[in-house]
Design a protein around this ligand. Structure first.
Ligand SMILES: Cc1cc2nc3c(=O)[nH]c(=O)nc-3n(C[C@H](O)[C@H](O)[C@H](O)COP(=O)(O)O)c2cc1C
Length: 318
């Protein structure tokens, strides 16, 4: 793996560390936005980005919510997919073998409805050769119980204390939502329970209405909004969690939410993120992540830095 940025000639260090994993650059494909795992390779050169995250996988297969499950908005999109996925047994059978051949770090995303189910899937992900990080999704707004564990620091602690010992080969990422109250308490609980990194944020609960039929545009009614419209919220959350919780604990953050342009990614880095998740942008252009990684390298150089890590949290407040 080259330690240089996308443009080798720039001599800028773009490597970042997330727990036990070293990413060649901070650009990460966010869970659920680029297929189950690696299918986006047809349109995106995986060797140009830092990591990909799998679709969130549950213990049993899930068909997800009724269509309509996605709508586009003026400045983003809304979805209520409902964690449709093939289940961990099928994931292991159909995808696990190809993990080592993907030329990037692979993050296995895990969801569940009980502690036992989370632990079973996390443990199975951990056993897959080439999965360096397991992301615990406790932030899905599109299922009945998606926020059950992420919505309360006490339940989150109970869950993570069971999952942590099941991860003997990989680091633990915890993906939190911006929605529940003071997210600082959730972030602190995750760190105290052994999180190696935090992913902030998931989609935000929202409602879009068809004014002619007077019905919700999504069949489920409420969905999760993503894209440009949530970016400033996500930057604020990353800034506050970095400043108040993660910096002193030396826990990296993957800032996720509305990164459509490289400038959005740079904002996250200045707010305190070590890496940056790309979701909705991949629906607009599947090659977005590699373009963002390339331009981020030029920005680091223009800032007069030798390493992107010099810019993490370097927001200058008035
Ligand atoms: C269609 C769709 C499916 C998603 N599925 C998942 C998922 O399975 N697990 C998860 O943790 N997040 C999921 N997300 C949330 C994204 O990973 C990301 O946190 C969110 O979309 C904000 O980033 P963005 O504005 O760049 O899209 C999904 C988002 C979208 C749009």
């Amino acid at each position: 793996m080259t330690p240089l940025g996308y443009n080798g000639d720039l001599m800028v260090q773009m490597q970042v560390k997330l727990g036990p994993a070293t990413l060649r650059n901070p650009v990460v494909l966010a869970a659920g936005t680029s297929g189950v795992m690696g299918e986006i390779e047809d349109a995106l050169n995986l060797s140009t980005i830092g990591a990909i995250t799998t679709k969130s996988i549950t213990k049993e297969p899930r068909i997800g919510n009724e269509p309509v499950r996605m709508v586009t908005l003026q400045s983003g999109m809304m979805n209520a997919i409902g964690l449709a996925n093939e289940g961990i047994d099928s994931f292991i059978e159909n995808h696990a073998q190809s993990v080592p051949s993907l030329d990037t770090v692979v993050i296995g995303s895990v969801a569940g409805d009980t502690i036992e189910a989370y632990v079973a899937v996390a443990s199975a992900m951990d056993s897959i050769l080439g999965i360096d990080l397991v992301e615990i999704n406790v932030s899905c707004p599109n299922t009945q119980d998606g926020l059950e564990f992420g919505g309360c620091p006490k339940s989150l602690t109970m869950l993570l204390n069971e999952i942590r010992p099941a991860l003997s080969n990989s680091g633990m990422l915890v993906k939190l939502s911006a929605a529940p109250g003071d997210i600082r308490k959730h972030a602190q609980a995750a760190i105290d329970s052994g999180a190696d990194a935090l992913t902030l944020i998931n989609t935000i609960p929202s409602l879009a209405i068809d004014i002619e039929s007077r019905t919700p545009k999504l069949s489920r009614g409420i969905g999760g909004v993503s894209g440009t419209v949530i970016h400033p919220v996500a930057v604020r959350v990353v800034h506050e969690i970095y400043r108040d919780v993660a910096k002193d604990a030396n826990i990296p953050i993957i800032g996720t939410g509305g990164v459509l342009r490289w400038e959005d990614a740079a904002e996250f880095i200045l707010a305190g993120a070590t890496a940056v998740g790309i979701g909705t942008a991949s629906f607009v252009n599947p090659a977005s992540a590699q373009n963002i990684a390339k331009k981020l390298t030029s920005w680091v150089k223009r800032q007069g830095c030798q390493s992107i890590t010099e810019l993490i949290g370097e927001l200058k407040l008035p």
